[in-house]
Design a protein around this ligand. Structure first.
Ligand SMILES: [Zn+2]
Length: 502
C-alpha cells in the first residue's frame, strides 16, 4: 500500500496533544527521513527503529521512507515515537495488517533488539484517550500507571516481534482493569512530637484551612519534625486530585510510582536549589518542586537562605495555584496548588530569645537577616508561629499527657474542611475578600478588637484578610457557625512575627 498513519501523543507539560505519525514509502534511493523531529532525536530514532525492525525478524523496506510527525509545531521528544514509527513502516510495507492498528494510539521507545521501553507522561495520554474513546498501546512497564486513568482500554506488549505476531493473529487482548489500591499512609505520627502545643495547634489550623505557615525558632526545636507530619493530618485526597498528582509525577524525571497512589506529596527542596529546580523549566519543560508539591506540602526550611528572586516567583502560584514556564517560543502551564510550610531561625546564629542567652547577634544583623523576606511574601503567609526549644525537663517529663495521634487530629481537620467545602466549595485559604465578607460576619465588639489589633501591629489590608480567614478556620474547627471574639483573638496570635519584624 505504501502509506500508513499511526496515532500517538506528544508531551507538553501535562497536555498530551495528538500527533499523527504518517509513513510514506516511495520508489527511489533507499533511505529514511523523519520530518517534524529535532535533528539529534531523528538520528537516534532512525537507528533504533531500523535495528529493532531487523532484529525482530522483519524487513526494512528497500525504498525511500519518509515519516512526517504532524502537526509540526508541537514539542516532540524522540523516544516515545519509536514504536509508532516502526509500526507505521511495517504497516506501509504490508508486513503487518494495517486494520489491526485502527482506533489505537501508540506510545513506546524501542531498544536495538526490539524491546519496548517505557516512556514518560503515559498517564496524561491515557486520560485523554479515555475521554476520546480510543484504545492505547503502552510499554509493559507503563501499564500500572496507565491503568490509573480508569476508563481507558489498554493494550500492551514487551517486544516488537511478539507484538507483530499477535497483530497477525487474533489481535491484541485488552489489559483487564484493576481497582486502584487504597492509599497507604507512611508519614511519621504527630504523637511522637513532645510538647510544642502552640506549634501543633498552628499546624492543625493550617491543615484545616489549607493555610500557609511559617515556623520560627532555634535549631533543634523540632520545626522539621513538625513539618513532615503535616501530610499525615491533611484530609484524604479526592480521586480527581489523586489523578492530578499522579499525572504530574508521570511527566517528572523520577516518574510515577503506583505505590504512591493517593498520597499527598511532600517536597522539601534545599535552599541551594536552582530556580528551574524549584519552579520548573528546561528545554523540554519539566515540573519543578512547586508543581511536584501540587495538592500537597512544599516545605522550605531556612526560608531566608533561599534566593530572593526565587522566593518572589512563589507569589504568583501562591495566589493562582499554577505556574507558567516559558522556554524559547513555548509556554507551558503547570498546576502548583501547594500548601507552603516554611521554617526559619529567629536570627543568623539561631539562638535569639533562647533562655540560655547564647545569641551574640547585633540588632542590625537580626534586622538584615529578617529583611531577606520581603513584606509581600510574608503577607501571603497566613500563620506565623514561634517554636521554642524545649528544655531537658520538658522533654523527659514522664507525667506529660499522651499527645494526640495524627489520626485523631486528621478527623477534626477533615470535618472542618468538609464545612468549608459545603459553604464555599473551597478551603478557607482560597477565599476571596468578597467571599470572606459573606462567610465571616463579625459582631461589632469583635470587629473593633480586630481593628484595634491591626492598628497596634500596623498590619496591611492583606493581613486583615489573612486574620479573618484563619479566624474562620478556627471557628470551623470548633464547629461554630459564626466567627466569635475568641476565634479572632487566637488568629491574631499567629501574626506575632509581623510585629517582631516591624
Ligand atoms: Zn543570634
Amino acid at each position: 500500500m505504501g502509506l500508513a498513519t499511526i496515532h500517538s501523543r506528544a508531551q507538553n507539560g501535562l497536555q498530551a496533544d495528538p500527533v499523527a505519525v504518517e509513513v510514506d514509502l516511495s520508489p527511489g534511493l533507499p533511505g529514511l527521513s523523519i520530518v517534524g523531529l529535532p535533528e539529534a532525536a531523528v538520528r537516534e530514532s532512525r537507528d533504533r527503529v531500523r535495528a529493532a525492525i531487523l532484529n525482530s525478524g522483519y524487513q526494512f523496506p528497500n525504498r525511500r521512507v519518509t515519516i512526517n510527525l504532524a502537526p509540526a509545531d508541537l514539542p516532540k521528544e524522540g523516544g516515545r515515537f519509536d514504536l509508532p514509527i516502526a509500526l507505521g513502516i511495517l504497516a506501509a510495507s504490508s508486513q503487518i495488517p494495517a486494520q489491526a492498528l485502527q482506533d489505537l494510539e501508540v506510545l513506546g521507545e524501542l531498544s536495538l533488539t526490539g524491546e519496548i521501553r517505557p516512556v514518560r507522561g503515559v498517564l496524561s495520554a491515557a486520560i485523554k484517550c479515555a475521554k476520546m474513546g480510543r484504545k492505547l498501546l503502552v510499554p509493559e512497564a507503563n501499564v500500572a500507571e496507565a491503568l490509573l486513568a480508569g476508563d481507558c482500554e489498554l493494550k500492551t506488549a514487551g517486544q516488537l516481534g511478539a507484538l507483530c505476531a499477535i497483530l497477525h493473529g487474533d489481535g491484541l487482548a485488552s489489559v483487564p482493569p484493576r481497582p486502584r489500591s487504597a492509599p497507604v499512609l507512611t508519614v511519621p505520627d504527630l504523637s511522637e512530637v513532645r510538647g510544642q502545643f502552640q506549634a501543633k495547634r498552628a499546624l492543625e489550623i493550617a491543615a484545616a484551612g489549607a493555610h500557609s505557615l511559617l515556623m520560627c525558632g532555634p535549631p533543634g526545636a523540632g520545626k522539621s519534625m513538625l513539618a513532615v507530619r503535616l501530610p499525615g493530618i491533611l484530609p484524604p485526597l479526592r480521586e480527581d486530585e489523586a489523578l492530578e498528582v499522579a499525572a504530574v509525577a508521570s511527566v517528572s524525571a523520577a516518574g510515577f510510582d503506583p505505590q504512591d497512589w493517593g498520597r499527598r506529596p511532600y517536597r522539601a527542596p534545599h535552599h541551594t536549589a536552582s530556580g528551574v529546580a524549584l519552579v520548573g523549566g528546561g528545554t523540554q519543560p519539566r515540573p519543578g518542586e512547586i508543581t511536584l508539591a501540587h495538592h500537597g506540602v512544599l516545605f522550605l526550611d531556612e526560608l531566608p537562605e533561599f534566593d530572593r528572586h526565587v522566593l518572589e516567583v512563589l507569589r504568583e502560584p501562591l495566589e493562582s495555584g499554577q505556574i507558567t514556564v516559558s522556554r524559547a517560543a513555548r509556554q507551558v502551564d503547570f498546576p502548583a496548588r501547594f500548601q507552603l510550610l516554611a521554617a526559619m531561625n529567629p536570627c543568623p546564629c539561631g539562638y535569639l530569645g533562647d533562655s540560655a542567652g547564647r545569641c551574640r547577634c547585633t540588632p542590625d544583623q537580626v534586622l538584615r537577616y529578617r529583611s531577606r523576606l520581603s513584606g509581600p511574601l510574608l503577607d501571603r503567609i497566613d500563620l506565623q508561629v514561634f517554636v521554642p526549644r524545649l528544655d531537658t525537663a520538658e522533654l523527659t517529663a514522664r507525667d506529660a499527657p499522651a499527645a494526640e495521634s495524627s489520626a485523631v487530629v486528621r478527623a477534626r481537620v477533615t470535618q472542618a474542611r468538609a464545612l468549608q467545602e459545603a459553604r464555599a466549595g473551597k478551603a478557607n485559604a482560597a477565599l476571596t475578600p468578597k467571599e470572606l465578607e459573606r462567610d465571616c460576619v463579625l459582631d461589632e465588639a469583635t470587629r473593633q478588637l480586630l481593628v484595634a489589633a491591626l492598628t497596634r501591629l500596623s498590619l496591611s489590608a492583606r493581613a486583615y484578610h489573612r486574620v479573618l480567614k484563619v479566624a474562620r478556620t478556627i471557628a470551623d474547627l470548633a464547629g461554630a457557625k459564626a466567627v466569635a471574639t475568641a476565634h479572632v483573638a487566637e488568629a491574631l496570635r499567629y501574626r506575632q512575627f509581623d510585629r517582631d519584624a516591624g
